[in-house]
Design a protein around this ligand. Sequence first.
Ligand code: ZN
Ligand code: ZN
Length: 338
Amino acid sequence: MKAVLLNDQALTIGELPAPERDDWAVVDVKAAGVCGSELHFLDGMIPPPFEDFVLGHEIAGVVASAPADAKVVVGDRVAVYNFVGCGQCESCRTGHESICTDPVAQLGWTANGGFAEQVAAPAANLIKLPESVSFEAASVLACSGMTAVHAARLAEVSFGQTAIVDGVGGVGLMVIQVLAHAGLRVIAVADSESRVGLATEAGAAETVVLEGGDGYEGLPDRIRELTDGRGSDYFFELVGTEASMKAGIGSLARRGLAVLVGYTEDDLRVHPIDLILGEARIASSVAASRHDLETAIALAAEGHLSVAIDTVYPLDQVETAIARLRAREVKGRNVIAF
Ligand SMILES: [Zn+2]
Ligand SMILES: [Zn+2]
């Protein structure tokens, strides 16, 4: 089968044997989202697990084969939940498989992913798609959509509260929609005027546009202006620089909660007093459970979660898709389609 191969921090189009596993299903990939995490592999921040590694953890397609006892059958349209937990540990047993202590695999991270004509996955990781959800949308829901649902659930948000969403990229646009649907007032933070329209369309009540690289310094004051001096109940952090994290924490209301989702190579240094005096809380959120993906798909099918797709590329143009992501030109997600 045709596949995009990662070797020495570079991608090439090549051939691989089609996946063959009796105990797992095989999916004909129809769409695979190109995620910011791909850059971490290409920059050497995350080493690939083996040679000729296939990236792509945002996958949707059609079941090509499945074990006899599977709940999906050949021909089913499915989204692929990319995390394969051990199924035994306390996290897995309580529905928190994305923090499994002994994971079996994560497709596109530690096992071959979706930048190929076929991918293997446990049948239990395949979620049937309603007709109204396209493969392209489903692939994006299988990363940023479910991540947004997970972060909002973890924060236990409630209607009538205020949330800052820092970063109007693929995940940010999803978080804005989920929070707006849950009845929160969302203040988006964007690094350019060109993203205001997207944030508004997603449901942001206001968007703060940062001026230049130091824009975060003024963020706490601007948030207080927008909230009668109170600050925000939540801060969803998708940018992950020290400046952005500190500005968000500084923008919180008393007992506010910062939810860290994004990361860079930056550390976060904060004086305890800056947290203690307001009883500020910091939580973190990683990926999502299978149930979060099911919720994201249901929300999309009901029209509450729409997926902003920038461009759909054929497999052999994956480099262009990634170059445009790196240049921060992508509005929403680029998707590889077959
Ligand atoms: Zn992703
Ligand atoms: Zn586990």
